[in-house]
Design a protein around this ligand. Structure first.
Ligand SMILES: [Zn+2]
Length: 349
């Protein structure tokens, strides 16, 4: 039975990672040629790349039945599933495309199996634009695909790199929202200890990605593109005043002739904290109180379990929705438009 709050709100989790077995099979088969290792063990599975060592990852990110059971326990009505590291940017042209086809087909099949509960944010072989556009054209027609997922940088290339321009043009034409996620992040060895790579490097990389989209002109060239920033928008909101001031006084930015201050590109902020049922810790912080200060006009409540289907309590999710007047309606949840949020160009005032 689907969980539904007394207000009629049904939480949608837009940050929910999924490793289909078909993707892991390609990774296991093709990975060694590219220094990528996959190992299955009793306690979970491990993935090792040049960028990161992950594991043990729980098998419930593979198993759809367990996922649905977790969603029921958590009170999540719908998940818009996405891939996570090591993503699909480490192979050659053929392997990258093969990885993305495997993931996209499996996400769509998951939707067909659970049409009211699971959706997919497709993944692309971003380093090979012709392939990426082919896959975009193919996978966007699959049942249950509602958006695009990509890194905050692609193998250290920022998102305003001309390589990605035709891909963004096609995503814009298809009117699909984009959910960003960190992978190869700033900080290097300095943020390797103490889990700093996640706590600090992830939110900084997200802010860097947002600034490249703004200053690099991606949002102006593609006015319909919409980006969702994970992890509460990273440190972007916290630094927005500094970024606005810098763009007003620095010649490096003045010559770009931006039509508006950077903060005006922010439209909606979405992420709300969810609490891990077992540890009791918050997975994210609610930044709603920061919004008015930074010119963000509207907020809509989407929730994200953040990582590998972590559990939030029903009370947490209900509270999030109640505190936000723009919370999802039942109809929105069913249509499950994922992230109409985060960062996009807005008309001049
Ligand atoms: Zn994540």
């Amino acid at each position: 039975m689907l969980n539904q709050d007394v207000t009629g709100v049904r939480p949608v989790d837009i940050h929910a990672h999924f490793f289909p077995q078909a993707y892991l099979d390609v990774l296991a088969e093709e990975g060694p040629r590219f220094n990528v290792e996959y190992r299955a063990a009793e306690e979970g599975f491990y993935i090792k790349t040049d960028a990161r060592f992950q594991g043990p990852l729980p098998y419930r990110v593979v198993d759809l039945k367990k996922r649905i059971a977790d969603m029921d326990a958590q009170g999540t009505a719908v998940q818009a599933m996405s891939l996570t590291g090591p993503m699909a940017y480490w192979g050659d042209e053929e392997v990258s495309h093969k990885l993305t086809r495997a993931w996209n087909d499996a996400a769509s099949a998951a939707h067909v199996q659970y049409p009211t509960r699971l959706l997919g944010l497709l993944t692309l072989p971003m380093l090979f634009p012709d392939r990426a556009i082919d896959e975009l054209n193919r996978a966007s027609k699959l049942p249950g695909i509602r958006g695009v997922y990509m890194g905050t940088n692609i193998n250290h290339r920022d998102l305003d790199d001309p390589l990605f321009e035709p891909i963004f043009a096609r995503i814009e034409a298809l009117d699909l929202p984009i959910f960003l996620h960190p992978l190869q992040v700033v900080g290097g060895q300095r943020t390797a200890p103490f889990y700093l790579s996640n706590m600090l490097s992830f939110p900084f990389d997200t802010a860097i990605a947002a600034c490249h989209l703004i200053f690099g002109g991606v949002l102006d060239r593609h006015p319909k593109l919409q980006f969702s920033l994970p992890h509460g928008g990273g440190v972007l909101l916290m630094l927005m005043g500094r970024i606005d001031h810098g763009s007003a006084v620095r010649p490096e930015i003045e010559k770009l002739r931006l039509p508006r201050p950077p903060s005006k590109y922010l439209q909606l902020e979405i992420r709300h904290g969810v609490r891990d049922r077992r540890s009791g810790r918050r997975a994210h912080h609610d930044r709603e109180r920061l919004l008015p200060r930074h010119g963000v006009r509207k907020a809509r409540a989407f929730s994200g379990s953040g990582k590998y289907n972590e559990r939030a309590t029903k009370d947490d999710l209900r509270r999030q929705c109640r505190t936000n007047p723009q919370a999802l309606t039942k109809q929105q949840a069913l249509a499950a438009v994922p992230p109409r949020i985060g960062l996009r160009r807005v008309p001049s005032e």
